[in-house]
Design a protein around this ligand. Structure first.
Ligand code: ADP
Ligand code: MG
Length: 255
């Protein structure tokens, strides 16, 4: 099906113990679409991204990525749980960038970027290095390939984390507050890499507090509160004319 969304969440529920953290999330993301998720702390934004990326199992509803159920393989009308190996294969299609960069501290920048392509995808080292160098140029860090993560600024480390995710040639990129841990003067360099990706047509889901960036780059902005989507729309609709009271009062506080 051509117009099937790349990510489809319908009534997705997730609990930790007795606490229901996602109470029925509906989000759909078309191929090439940039969706920004905003909302107060604790509303379930990270948990939702983690479900999309196979890091948490949902308890109810339907969650599909690339036309396939997350966590399951469909055969006829039956669903079979994925093995760890199958899960790893599916996850290789998704790039994720976290608030804290999670680079391997004992590896150089170049080694960080080629690690997954060579180990998971069995790409020959030389080919992986070539791709890594292209990506380093793309994020403006060609001159840092031999550096260790501890020698980088936060903005540089986050750009490397993005390059590392892109080295797997993902179909989908997830960003969970990628600039929240950065000094203000380093935020722009990371956002500009993300802006470029959006322009190139990458399908992206981004949790962010950078509302100016969301306004400029998002196709759709989703406001989450209390484990569900309260309102979604174009940046113009959601920022200029929010209909839900909870969304309006959140925006008044943060804008
Ligand atoms: P957000 O990213 O919007 O701030 P989260 O998805 O991180 O929200 O968290 C939503 C709620 O789920 C919070 O109350 C948080 O404490 C809880 N939570 C998240 N992960 C876990 C976990 N692994 N175990 C128990 N509770 C969790
Ligand atoms: Mg979070």
């Amino acid at each position: 099906m051509v117009d099937q969304p790349y990510v489809l969440a319908e009534a997705v529920r997730k609990s930790f113990g007795h606490q229901e953290v996602l109470t029925g999330v509906d989000i759909s993301v078309a191929e090439g679409e940039v969706v920004c998720i905003i909302g107060p702390s604790g509303s379930g934004k990270s948990t939702f991204l983690r479900c999309v990326n196979h890091l948490e199992k949902i308890d109810g509803g339907r969650l599909m990525v690339g036309g396939e159920y997350v966590g399951y393989r469909q055969s006829g009308s039956k669903l079979y749980e994925l093995s760890p190996r199958e899960t790893a294969q599916r996850r290789a299609e998704i790039g994720m960038v976290f608030q804290h960069f999670n680079l391997f501290p004992h590896m150089t920048v170049l080694e960080n970027i080629i690690e997954a392509p060579t180990r998971v995808k069995k790409i020959p080292r030389r080919a992986a290095i070539e791709v890594a160098r292209d990506l380093l140029s793309k994020v403006g860090l060609a001159h840092r390939e031999s550096a260790y993560p501890s020698e980088l600024s936060g903005g540089q480390a986050q750009r490397i984390a993005i390059a590392r995710a892109l080295a797997m040639k993902p179909q989908l990129m997830l960003f969970d507050e990628p600039t929240s841990a950065l000094d203000p003067e380093l935020v722009g360099e990371v956002l500009s890499v993300m802006r470029q990706l959006a322009i190139e047509g990458m399908t992206m889901i981004l949790v962010t507090h950078e509302l100016g960036f969301a306004r400029e780059v998002a196709d759709t902005v989703v406001f989450m509160d209390d484990g569900c989507v309260v309102e979604s729309g174009t940046p113009g609709q959601l920022f200029n004319n929010p209909t839900a009271e909870r969304c309006r009062s959140f925006l008044e506080k943060v804008l």
